[in-house]
Design a protein around this ligand. Structure first.
Ligand SMILES: C[S@@+](CC[C@H](N)C(=O)[O-])C[C@H]1O[C@@H](n2cnc3c(N)ncnc32)[C@H](O)[C@@H]1O
Length: 273
């Protein structure tokens, strides 16, 4: 079992760098993930990693420790109903709102390996041919460099495409390459990926019509959740929509945000627009 002072040290490092809160009871998770990292780094054990992190911490090692503690679980069309809401209601409404400037911007704010951003792209490519002459951008960001590198590659295994992706869309938007499925350029051109930490100031990102920030706030404490949702609201355009994970309820959300239901989906709409 990881020693208490080591647990304290690593959990503080992870929280300060990413917001991920490793509360008591998460010792086993920390230990198993750090053991994996030790193997990758060729270190004997967690004692050796602790010595290195405590006395010779490089920016790269810090990133690797944080990265080891991220949970990158995701799949195409996760929960399905948010994508139905986009298709049946939200995109039409945003198009009416943005008719003059012919621009739509989406943000997948904890994009992991890209399935969420590509799912939004498929909704647009499949159901909104009238957006072909609009500027449409789906930005996918994540703290994990490894996850973002995979998202940029757009290369998925058979197991990954079997999770949530209808066969008709697989055939239309991916091409098979050996054991992998590659995202085709007609989707890739709608999507951009970059690493980004939700704890940092939201500068240089621009503003968005629709933000997906799903299944990431669950890893943060209340104060961090509140700070991040406040920043999300600021970069959301008037009349824009915010999606959280199905099990996530925002605490103290800005009063400009009103809860909206579309079928099984709950999301939040910013006033104005
Ligand atoms: C469980 S995945 C959710 C992926 C996707 N949004 C979905 O719903 O399928 C959570 C992601 O949040 C990312 N993450 C954790 N802390 C972060 C932070 N401070 N800034 C940006 N991304 C973070 C992790 O790297 C991970 O890929």
């Amino acid at each position: 079992m990881i020693k208490p002072d080591q647990f304290k040290f690593f959990s503080q490092l992870v929280k300060d760098s990413s917001g991920i809160a490793l509360t008591k009871g998460k010792e086993y998770l920390l230990e198993s993930r750090l053991n994996e990292l030790c193997k990758v780094l060729g270190l004997r054990d967690i004692d050796a990693l602790y010595q290195q992190a405590k006395f010779k911490l490089t920016p790269r090692l810090k990133e690797q420790i944080v990265e080891a503690m991220t949970t990158n679980e995701t799949y195409f069309f996760r929960d399905q109903h948010p994508f139905d809401a986009l298709k049946n209601h939200i995109i039409k409404e945003l198009m009416a709102q943005n008719q003059a400037k012919k621009e739509l911007r989406f943000w997948s704010a904890a994009a992991s390996t890209g399935q969420e951003a590509y799912s939004i792209a498929m909704i647009i490519a499949e159901h909104f041919p009238q957006l072909a002459n609009w500027r449409v951008e789906i930005l996918g960001t994540d703290i994990s460099q490894q996850a973002i590198a995979k998202a940029k590659d757009g290369r998925y295994t058979q197991v990954e495409v079997n999770r949530g992706l209808p066969i008709t869309l697989l055939i239309k938007y991916f091409k098979q390459q050996g054991a992998f499925w590659m995202v085709q350029d007609k989707l890739k051109k709608l999507v951009k990926f970059k690493t980004f930490n939700l704890l940092s100031p939201f500068v240089g990102l621009g503003t968005f019509d629709c933000i997906f920030c799903r299944y990431v706030l669950i890893y943060f404490d209340q104060e961090t959740k509140k700070k991040i949702t406040d920043k999300l609201v600021k970069v959301l355009r008037p009349g824009g929509y915010l999606f959280l994970g199905a099990t996530e309820t925002p605490v103290g959300l800005d009063p400009s945000m009103k809860r909206v239901n579309f079928g099984k989906t709950v999301c939040w709409k910013k006033s104005g627009g």
